[in-house]
Design a protein around this ligand. Structure first.
Ligand code: URA
Length: 237
């Protein structure tokens, strides 16, 4: 099996994340540093990350977390700040977040050790929908700006895909986008002359934040995980 896939199956990171870890020189095979993600390995190869041997696949776990503001959506922070992983006590499992939310953003984020699922949810080719609620200023947002947001906005990394956008009430937008570029919602709104003051993700694929309190988490049922793998459309509204 390819080394990157092996790491993903062992719950280290998504496949893409595993490739970065390998290229960064953090992986050894039988004490020899390896930087080629395509190296062929198996459970007897003696694969270690940061000097810690991988003991084969962990039980797969997927959690939905309601990220509060000020909490980071990285797996670790070099300055010891709180991360979404700290909100999910799961003894010994190597969990990591699926995708990113800005530190001041809130709402739905997934945390898992399932590299295939992380890939399924974040790879641009799957165009998994994410829905956000954004409060913006100035308010209200005029119809021509809403139309531009829906049709596609020219950003410095290219035009955005068509989006669903409605103004729930003056200055409160609900946007569904099928991409996960850095600061995408903030940049889209800025491009049409509006600054995002608060941003919350309320849906990701078939999952909804619903009544999960801020800071809380819950483990997804097998049927919910299967729904994500099959790429179920968001329900309701
Ligand atoms: N878009 C943003 O601008 N920020 C986020 O956290 C998520 C989407």
């Amino acid at each position: 099996m390819r080394l990157a896939k092996f790491l993903a199956h062992a719950g280290v990171a998504s496949r893409r994340g595993a490739e970065e870890i390998i290229r960064a020189g953090r992986v050894t095979i039988a004490d020899e540093r390896v930087t080629d993600p395509a190296r062929d390995v198996d459970a007897d190869s003696g694969v270690a990350v940061d000097g810690r041997f991988l003991e084969g696949p962990e039980e797969r776990m997927v959690f939905i977390v309601h990220k509060p503001p000020g909490v980071l959506s990285t797996a670790r922070d070099t300055h010891g700040r709180r991360t979404v992983i700290d909100l999910v006590p799961a003894a010994g499992a190597r969990l990591y977040p699926v995708g990113r939310l800005d530190v001041d953003s809130t709402g739905l984020i997934l945390v898992t050790n399932d590299g295939d699922l992380a890939q399924r949810m974040t790879h641009p080719s799957f165009e998994v929908p994410r829905t956000y609620r954004a409060t913006v200023r100035p308010s209200p947002v005029p119809e021509h700006a809403l139309r531009t947001l829906r049709e596609g906005v020219d950003l410095d990394d290219g035009r955005t895909l068509p989006a669903k956008v409605r103004q729930v009430k003056p200055g409160l937008l609900e946007l569904t986008i099928r991409e996960g570029r850095n600061h995408q919602v903030k940049r889209m709104c800025e491009a049409v002359g509006h600054r995002v003051r608060t941003l919350q993700r309320i849906r990701f694929g078939a999952l909804r934040l619903d009544e999960l309190p801020e800071g809380a988490h819950r483990r997804l049922k097998a049927s919910e995980v299967e729904g994500l793998r099959q790429g179920g459309a968001p329900t309701g509204r």
